[in-house]
Design a binder for this molecule. Structure first.
Ligand code: RAM
Length: 332
């Protein structure tokens, strides 16, 4: 009995003395394009889940109110001063962030991008949700399916400098130009709603009014997508203009029910945030340095490997439609 009590006391003493060491968490900043964006809030849920699972990690969720590189540069400046242990960022511009992220890295704070990339010189790795070419081609195909592969459509994108949207739109244009299947589809305009609901809505309205033969709007942004669908409804164009894009099932479900949206895609943002924290842990722990072939164990997501140019990729996007939307709208 006495021995048991002694063991208990020893365990308690050990716990108390070990506590300060455990409290020395790794502080990892998750910088998003902008605050108030449901997509990034879902990424944060995954990031916090990974932090919990790994233990000893504090994830600081932050970002500017509007999606600008300037806002993110200011935030990185202050994170350097705070001496965080790592930065994970979804970039509002591939190039203008490089000077400041390089500075962070010189000060021993590794930087990786996720979702929307920083140019290679300014980060260790980039965690992409999926292959960019695949995403772009899939968007054209979904638009084709919605409008019967014929007619005019326009894009309501996020901000004009966003790395990810610009890559996807580039591949959309390639697919339209090269694949004879899409010869009767015409991309008439690309506009930018800056991942702001009201601006995206106004851009979509302007397109509907400017192009009387418009058959579709493609919005490769979770903010611009529901805003464009609302514009189609408000203009009384249901059944004449279809909206597709990349969006959160929870934010788009209502428009699927009303047949403004017939199909759309997205990857799981929770998994994207979750994987990114495991990867940053691997970078801080010197397990990976961005070289091709390196591997990180990312918990329930399994192993993720580094490809050419420090690229890491999650998987193919999910496609949603009237059949499966109810299964997904409670997930993200
Ligand atoms: C918005 C952002 C983000 C993008 C999603 C689909 O939330 O622009 O970068 O990946 O849409």
């Amino acid at each position: 009995m006495r021995k048991n009590i002694f063991t208990l006391i020893m365990a308690f003493v050990l716990f108390v003395t070990a506590a300060p060491a455990m409290a020395k968490d790794l502080k990892i900043a998750l910088i998003v394009k902008n605050l108030g964006n449901g997509f990034f809030e879902a990424c944060d849920r995954g990031a916090q889940e990974a932090a919990q699972e790994i233990g000893g990690i504090e994830v600081i969720y932050t970002g500017p109110t509007t999606p600008t590189a300037e806002g993110q540069i200011e935030i990185i400046r202050s994170l350097i001063a705070q001496k965080v242990d790592g930065i994970i960022i979804s970039a509002n511009d591939p190039d203008s962030l490089v000077t400041i992220t390089k500075k962070a890295m010189r000060r021993g704070i590794p930087v990786m991008s996720f979702d929307s990339g920083v140019a290679e010189a300014g980060r260790v790795v980039h965690m992409a949700p999926s292959d960019s070419q695949f995403i772009g081609e899939q968007q054209v195909e979904l638009m084709g399916q919605a409008i019967g592969y014929k007619g005019e459509f326009a894009v309501v994108s996020a901000s004009s400098q966003a790395t990810n949207q610009n890559e996807w739109i580039g591949y959309m244009k390639d697919a339209l130009a090269k694949n004879p299947k899409y010869k009767d589809m015409k991309l008439v305009a690309v506009t930018y709603g800056d991942d702001q609901t009201d601006k995206s809505y106004r851009e979509a309205l302007a397109l509907i009014r400017k192009y009387p033969n418009l058959k579709g709007i493609e919005a490769p942004t979770s903010v611009g997508f529901p805003a464009s669908a609302k514009a189609v409804m408000d203009e009384g164009k249901v059944g004449r203009i279809f909206v597709t894009g990349l969006g959160l099932p929870s934010e788009v479900a209502g428009y699927v029910k009303k047949d403004v949206v017939r199909n759309f895609a997205l990857w799981n943002p929770v998994d994207l945030g979750y994987s990114s924290v495991f990867i940053m842990k691997g970078i801080v722990g010197k397990e990976i340095s961005g070289k091709k072939g390196e591997m990180v164990k990312a918990g329930r997501m399994g192993e993720i490997s580094v490809r050419d140019g420090g690229l890491m990729v999650m998987g193919a996007p999910f496609v949603f439609n009237a059949e499966n939307i109810d299964d997904w709208s409670s997930v993200f």
